[in-house]
Ligand binder design. Structure first.
Ligand code: PEP
Ligand code: MG
Length: 560
């Protein structure tokens, strides 16, 4: 038994057998000669048939959207035109795996050129190619493992394409060797309510089937734990969860200071889990645009927004306009060759190059809002100056959207929060990017994960500055970065003066319970402690010591 340590990015404790996600197969640079043409064609056709059958079987067991993606891939593998082209190439001297790879690359190119729906399927073709090639080379199947029972997913890191088919009934937890606290893996795991540990050195060396005890709250994975250790950890977790679930109602401190607890939404599939929230504090509209060759049209956008607004009738939905670029590149909106994409034309800046994208989106949001009973607010990502904030507000209001805000993700905007707020109605702190830009640390890089820790006192200073500006202006200041979903840090954020917290729905219960156990004065005391700490680790441990053990100078009993 030994313990691997990483960064806990999605809370919860589970135990289960590991299943490792295999890397895509690599074809040897020098293709072997084809000695028996007939046998080679036979081998290729057998592999196509087996992969098609396997994908179809998995489609039958999966839930949407994974089921649809798997069924479409199966149909592609069974396509007679594919089999025919592969046979032709083999007869021209290409070995089976190379022939499959070449033909699928040709198809993918044609799909891309056709645009629209077909271009969106190009990534599925790539995945299909990897599966067939692995089968032909006798290598482990790439992509998500399918051991036939629930498992802890172990991967180097997860890309957006890997995650579309994650079935939360099969995956118990996610542990990755790389990734940071605000990486795609972290956001996805939280949205699915799966405990997750990222930047976990040694994870990838864990053998398939090894029992793991994963703690996504503190960021550990115990390898081959003793059964008694598993039992007591799961029992403690069940007691904690039950206690947290007993706290219901709107977010407030124990002395009644209100803090709106909202959900972050990235895709419509997260909708059912989010409806328990007081509203949506961040609707990441990229889900409509990603993996597409061109922007969705007005009608499609309006319908997608309307579905979400209808689910939140009587509550607030904060829609963030398209945040393309950097970690979310889009073929039609971002430049592929920028030397520093995180510092380039991204977020609101893309509307300088393609103003029609933003105007059409604002018009679609406005049209959907008109017929909805939700209170629709709109905000722009990656705003750097008061001028940008005011211009965006003007543009959104011109489309009939009355409540307009901006995200504070750039330190310059936090430093000038008074002026930013003068031109709009509210701000929301995107702590993921704010940490990235304040610490000059790439949020996708696990090597700099320490700097991206949302407990960094300098980050807390920027949040405090912004919250004070909101207080002076009498305007709301929310947090919608991953920091808001950390129950302990949420106390600090409230103490710093933020008025709402928006998070992955799975973390709402713990945050609500934490708030209900502390007064606003205690939250302010914790905020002072955290800001006075020399570093992130000290900030967390000082706050934890006081909040959990109740050393309030005799003022109150402990929490938990
Ligand atoms: C953020 O940067 O904190 C944020 C909420 O936006 P995203 O993670 O989508 O960049
Ligand atoms: Mg951001």
């Amino acid at each position: 038994m030994h313990t691997l340590t990483g960064i806990g990015v999605s809370p919860g404790i589970v135990a289960g057998p590991a299943a490792v996600m295999n890397a895509p197969p690599v074809l040897p640079a020098r293709p072997p000669a084809v000695t028996d043409e007939h046998a080679a064609v036979e081998a290729a056709h057998t592999a196509l048939g087996e992969v098609a059958a396997e994908l179809l079987e998995r489609a039958g067991q999966a839930i949407p959207p994974a089921a649809d993606i798997l069924a479409a891939q199966s149909a592609m593998a069974a396509d007679p035109v594919l089999a025919q082209r592969v046979a032709e190439l083999i007869k021209a001297g290409r070995p089976p795996a190379y022939a499959v790879s070449d033909v699928i690359a040709e198809f993918a190119e044609q799909f891309q050129a056709a645009g629209g729906y077909l271009a969106e399927r190009a990534a599925d073709l790539e995945d299909l190619r990897n599966r067939i090639v692995a089968r032909l080379l006798g290598l482990p199947m790439p992509g998500l493992p399918d051991p036939g029972h629930p498992y802890v997913l172990i991967a180097d890191d997860l890309a957006p394409a890997d995650t579309a088919t994650i079935d939360p009934r099969q995956v118990l937890a996610i542990v990755t060797e790389r990734g940071g606290p605000t990486s795609h893996t972290a956001i996805l795991a939280k949205s699915l309510g799966l405990p997750a540990v990222v930047a976990c050195t040694g994870a990838i060396a864990v053998a398939d089937g090894t029992q793991l005890l994963v703690n996504g709250t503190i960021g550990t994975a115990v390898v081959a734990p003793a059964p008694s250790q598993v039992r007591s950890a799961l029992d403690r977790e069940a007691v904690r969860r039950a206690a947290a679930a007993r706290v219901t109602g709107p977010g407030r401190t124990s002395d009644g200071h209100p803090v709106k607890l909202m959900a972050n939404l990235g895709t419509a599939r997260e909708l059912p889990a989010a409806t328990a929230a007081e509203g949506v504090g961040l609707l990441r509209t990229e889900f409509l645009y990603l993996d597409r060759a061109e922007a969705p049209g007005f009608d499609e956008q309006r319908a997608a927004y309307a579905e979400i607004f209808d689910a939140f009738a009587g509550r607030r939905v904060v829609v963030r306009t398209l945040d393309a670029g950097a970690d979310k590149p889009l073929r039609f909106a971002t430049q592929p060759d920028e030397p520093n994409p995180a510092l380039g034309v991204r977020g609101l800046r893309t509307s300088l190059r393609s103003p029609e994208l933003l105007d059409e989106q604002l018009a679609a949001i406005s049209a959907a809002a008109q017929r909805a009973r939700a209170e629709v607010w709109v905000m722009a990502p990656m705003v750097s100056t008061p001028g940008e904030a005011a211009a965006f507000a003007q543009r959104a209001r011109a489309q009939g959207l009355p409540t307009v805000g901006v995200m504070i993700e750039v330190p310059a905007a936090a430093l000038r929060a008074d002026a930013v707020l003068a031109g709009c109605d509210f701000v929301s702190l995107g702590t993921n990017d704010l940490a990235q830009y304040a610490f000059a640390a790439d949020r996708t890089l696990s090597d700099v994960a320490d700097l991206l820790d949302p407990w960094q006192p300098a980050l807390l200073d920027l949040i405090h500055l912004t919250a004070q500006a909101g207080h002076r202006a009498g305007k709301p200041v929310g947090v919608c970065g991953e920091a808001a979903g950390d129950a302990l840090l949420a106390l600090v954020l409230v103490g710093l003066g933020v008025t709402s917290l928006s998070m992955a729905p799975a973390t709402l219960v713990d945050v609500r319970a934490a708030l209900a156990h502390h007064t606003i004065a205690e939250c302010r005391h914790l905020a002072d402690l955290a800001r006075a700490a020399p570093d992130a680790a000290a900030a967390r441990s000082h706050v934890e010591a006081v909040a959990h053990t109740g050393r309030w100078g005799g003022a109150r009993d402990g929490w938990r």
